[in-house]
Every structure is written in structure tokens, then in C-alpha cells.
Design a protein around this ligand. Structure first.
Ligand SMILES: [Zn+2]
Length: 163
């Protein structure tokens, strides 16, 4: 991602009210973020229980989505729909996002199962086990990272382009 300022970050949210954008707590390491190394920025609000955020680049623009953790827990160890990590090193939970615009004001949401603390980028970069002799591990990792970016983009697009 390209770097954005705090002001740009707060303005990037498409499904949060003015008030929600104002009270949002930024990630504690915001000033030191290595934006170029980020596929997407995801964090939990340190003050608001169950509230999380992601910011991803979509069509060359930073788009923010506010998420709420659902009360219900997945029945078994679930797989994250973004990084699709099979080792399940962290909890995967239901998050829901209010759709942008009128649909969201009417209570329309999009739900997804994702890594509780948005650990996707670390997970996607884990070296995959060689599936067979001569298996290209680096290429496999690249494919996973690319797939994760596409999954996140699709989610962001779905929430943003609701009307
Ligand atoms: Zn994940």
C-alpha cells in the first residue's frame, strides 16, 4: 500500500459515520508503519471492544472498512476467508461490515470469517511445505499472497459498492 496520513485514513472509511471516524483509535504503531510492506492494514480498536478496521487499496484508492465482531463463534476451528491459512495459528472469527450508503443505513451487512487480529499477511508469507520434489515454494507463496490480496479487495469492493 502507499502511505496515507491520519487525516486521509479517517476520511477513507466508506461505512462509518462521522462520529465513528472521529472516535476511532488508530493502530498504536501508526506513525511507524511500513506501508509498502502492507497488503492491507488491519487492526482492532484498543478502546472499543469488538470493533476492528481494515484499510486496503482499491483501484488506486485507500478504502477503509469498519468491522464488528459477531457474538457467535464459529462451530469448529475455521479457516480465514482472506489468507486461507490451513495451519490455523490464530483464532478466526466472524466479522460483519455495514454496507456503504443507503444499504448500510437499512441494516444491510456483509459477513466474513477472518483472522481475529488480522494476521493474514504473516500467514500468507509462511513457507508452504514442498508438495513434491521440485515444487516451487517461492512461487507458491507468491500465489498465496496474491490470492489474499484479491480476497480482501473483493470484500472491500462488495462493502463499498452496495448501492
Ligand atoms: Zn487471515
Amino acid at each position: 500500500m502507499y502511505a496515507i496520513t491520519e487525516k486521509q485514513l479517517r476520511a477513507a472509511f466508506v461505512n462509518a459515520s462521522q462520529r465513528e471516524r472521529t472516535i476511532m483509535t488508530l493502530p498504536s504503531d501508526f506513525a511507524a508503519l511500513d506501508w509498502e510492506a502492507l497488503d492491507y492494514l488491519g487492526w482492532r480498536d484498543a478502546r472499543l471492544a469488538g470493533v476492528g478496521y481494515i484499510v486496503a487499496e482499491l483501484d488506486g484508492e485507500a478504502v477503509g472498512i469498519q468491522l464488528r465482531r459477531a457474538e457467535s463463534k464459529p462451530r469448529s476451528r475455521a479457516q480465514c476467508s482472506w489468507c486461507e491459512d490451513v495451519y490455523l495459528p490464530n483464532d478466526v472469527v466472524f466479522y460483519s461490515a455495514k454496507r456503504a450508503g443507503k444499504a448500510g443505513r437499512n441494516g444491510n451487512t456483509v459477513g466474513t470469517l477472518v483472522c481475529e487480529g488480522f494476521e493474514c499477511q504473516v500467514n500468507a508469507r509462511r513457507t508452504p511445505p514442498p508438495a513434491y520434489l521440485g515444487y516451487d515454494v517461492d512461487a507458491a507463496r507468491e500465489r498465496r499472497i496474491e490470492a489474499m490480496r484479491v480476497n480482501v479487495s473483493n470484500f472491500v469492493r462488495d462493502v463499498r459498492d452496495s448501492d
